[in-house]
Write a new protein. Structure first.
Length: 224
């Protein structure tokens, strides 16, 4: 997977789209192929806007929670070292890449979007690490030690994932900027860190406060 192929993916929704290598402000140690805002000369046409909204290329942005969780992992490598880590809804792959850099035994980038998996592979190669690609969360290995997820609770229908994560692995690391209250007391808040989507989408300030949570899942509890 190379930059031209990622451009091709992006141009399915934005004909002027292209990616460029950049380092997000929230995790500058990781380089990523992300949307290049320099291509936007003038406003989007109606057709372009409809295409972007209808099938957004989430992988072409590094969202605030992904940056914050990736940087937190790089600053706390002991949390992932030697573990098999599955990053759910991986997008650009930034969190899976951070886990690989921090010494995970295996870092798995899981996303239902084939373009996101291509981006994760390209971004991992850019950073000199490798990640395993997984297109279906239900086909994950039964021996995952840690699940990571960032900004996956934007849809209320995704709330059941909180319990599913706890049931699927001994540990969970979650970063979220959308919900002030997860509604699940198993998740212990570790930190609140400011972050901004890269390239910056000028989101509401409330979405720039990222909360990091950790939980020892039901599998771990059952072993006690």
């Amino acid at each position: 997977m190379n930059q031209q192929q990622l451009d091709h993916h992006l141009q399915k929704t934005l004909s002027r789209g292209r990616v460029a290598v950049t380092r997000p402000a929230g995790c500058p140690d990781i380089g990523l192929h992300l949307f290049d805002p320099a291509v936007l000369e003038g406003p989007l046409s109606h057709e372009e806007a409809q295409a972007v909204v209808g099938e957004p290329a989430y992988w072409s942005f590094c969202w605030a929670s992904g940056q914050v969780l990736a940087q937190w992992i790089l600053s706390n490598p002991h949390q992932v070292a030697g573990k098999r880590v599955l990053d759910f809804g991986s997008g650009s792959g930034v969190v899976a890449i951070a886990a690989a850099i921090a010494g995970a035994a295996e870092a798995i980038a899981c996303d239902i979007d084939p373009a996101a998996l291509d981006a994760a592979a390209a971004n991992a190669r850019l950073n000199g690490v490798s990640v395993t690609l997984c297109a279906d969360w239900r086909q994950r290995s039964a021996t995952v030690d840690l699940i990571t997820a960032a900004d996956v609770l934007y849809d209320p229908n995704n709330r059941p994932l909180l319990q599913a994560f706890r049931a699927a692995a001994p540990e969970v690391l979650l970063a979220d900027s959308r919900l002030r209250d997860l509604g699940d007391d198993h998740y212990q808040r570790l930190a609140v860190i400011e972050g901004r989507t890269w390239p910056d989408l000028n989101e509401f300030e409330e979405f720039n406060q990222v909360r990091i949570y950790r939980v020892a899942g039901e599998m771990a509890t059952a072993k006690k």
